[in-house]
Structures are given as structure tokens and as C-alpha cells.
Design a binder for this molecule. Sequence first.
Ligand SMILES: C[S@@+](CC[C@H](N)C(=O)[O-])C[C@H]1O[C@@H](n2cnc3c(N)ncnc32)[C@H](O)[C@@H]1O
Length: 323
Amino acid sequence: MSPAEDKRQFLRDLQNQLGGSIPFERWMREALYHPQFGYYTAGIRAIGRRGDFTTWPVLHDSLARAIARWALDHKPAGRWHLIEIGAGTGELAAAVLRAVGWWNRPRYHIVEISPPLRAEQQKRLGRKVQWHDSVAEALAACHGEAVLFSNELVDAFPCRIFRKKDAAWRELALRMDDGRIVETWRETPRPESTAFAHEWPEGQRVEVPESFHRWLQEWLPAWKCGAMLTIDYGDSCPALYHRRPHGTLRAYAHHQRLEGAEAYAGFGLRDLTVDVNFSDLQNWIGLASEVSTLTEFLARQRVPGHPSLAGAGDAFKVLTQTR
Ligand SMILES: C[S@@+](CC[C@H](N)C(=O)[O-])C[C@H]1O[C@@H](n2cnc3c(N)ncnc32)[C@H](O)[C@@H]1O
């Protein structure tokens, strides 16, 4: 069987196992993280000009300089640990290490799920960094005392999608039907999310990355003290869905943004992502926190913005938390 046929067979088998359709969260998890077919685990070619999407650190080092200053503000006396979760190409890590300076150098830990990206990070960073398979493992290496950060991690977590219809919420599942991918909607128990707490018009779609909430619960109790920075595109709720009745799901392939049903095609070959609901993050993490725009964060860290930042300075939010 060709790789494409293998993939189609895998999806057909999964659909049969699950009773005729695949809940969107499962679809997204397999499309991004299936060991053989997943975009991050097997398909990703690069981040940046040669890849499907670009992230801010690949374009410019201002974010790295701001993160370094923020991390130094939260550094304990003596030996300290910095954990980056989801490090992409490793460019951000390299720039953060440069910006903190060798005299302040932390023990730098990376938690990375993608084998091809981890290999690229290892090529770039060599022995400056220790890699881990999970945040719990990284925290164990720091006795629970660490400064943590991530950039564009949360948007890569599989999410559940709901639509309001006849005043009730129904959840999205996808069904393959004669080569077409068809949306189906069914009533399911709702996850905990601020997205359901507002008066939305009929047809509104919302996304809930419940998998991120579960993932947090696996390691938050092991984090004893420090600070955490979460950077991503998104907003608080309900601003997140203002004038976005179809929600925020999209795919990226060769820097093209694909929305609606087009986002379902190209299983495993494209990045799939949603905007982050920062109100949910604040509730789920439950620590003292503050959300600002990236522009405000850079200004606070006294790092000048950059022309290539353009609209991203407001579209990106920065959540800071301390424990
Ligand atoms: C959109 S990329 C962002 C990469 C990088 N932070 C940047 O700004 O260029 C998402 C990154 O998170 C990683 N990732 C996704 N889920 C993860 C998880 N559960 N644990 C660790 N890394 C994860 C991906 O493999 C990838 O490196």
C-alpha cells in the first residue's frame, strides 16, 4: 500500500471503531501527533520560509530578549532552571540563552514531543540543553523549582469543537463519505470552559482544548515554585469570538491559510490550529495571573518592537503567572 492509502485505511478503520464518525478532537490529535502520519511527529519539514508557517522567533530575536529579561526578573539566587515547552526549531532557545548571558546561564530544559523538531533542536543547541519527554520529567530534574515558558504551544493542542444550534450545544465529529469529509454534530457532555458562559447567536462555533487542561493536571502539582509565561495568538472570552461565528480553526500549508471544510483535507500534511482562549487558561491554571498583548509585554521588558511584528503585537497575548 502507498503511504496515502495507508493513511486512508487508518482513517477508515478508526471511523469504524468509533461507530461511524471521528470526534474532531481525535481527528486533530491523529492529524498532528499520530506516530506515523502526524504533522508534528512525522510530516513537519521546517518552521519558517521553507515550511508551512512561520513563528515570531524565527523572524526576529526581540521576543527572545524580552523572555530573557522576564526570566531574569524571576530567577532565584544561585543555580536556576529554565524550562521551554515546545521549542520548534530551537531558534528561540538559542536566542534566549544568548540574551541571558553566560554569567546568568540557567540549566536550560526543553520538553519536546516532535522527533524531527527535537533532532533539529539538538543539532542547533548541542550540550547546552537537556531534553525531556514530559514537563513532569523536566520538573523532577529541577526539584519542582523552575521558570517555565512556551510560545505558540497551546494552539497546537487538539481541541473539541461545539456549535450552538436550537439553543443547545452540539459537538463536531467528521465522517468520510465517498472520499468527502462530512461534518456531523451530536450532543455530548460539555467540558469546563468559559466559552459556554456567554450569549452567542445561533450557529456560533467555539473551540475547547480540553486536552491542554488534562495535560496541565498531569504536571501542575509537581511545580512547586517559580514563574510561567505563556505566549500565543488568541484573546480572552468573549472577545475571542467577536465577529467570528465560525470559530477560529484553520490549517496552514505552504503559508496558505485554509479555513472551513478545507482545513480538514490534507490529513497529517498541514498544521491545524485554533486561537487560544486565555480566560480558560487563567481558570484552568488557577494561579495569580495577568494577560497583556505582546506589544505591552515587549514595552514592559524595555525591548523595542520590530516592523515585521505588524498586527501580531496585538493578536498575540502573553499570560504571566507565578507560584
Ligand atoms: C507551533 S510550534 C511553535 C514552536 C516554537 N515555540 C516557536 O515559537 O517557533 C509548536 C511546538 O510545540 C511542540 N509541542 C506540541 N505539543 C507538545 C507537547 N504536548 N509537549 C511538548 N511539545 C509539544 C511542537 O512539536 C512544536 O515544537
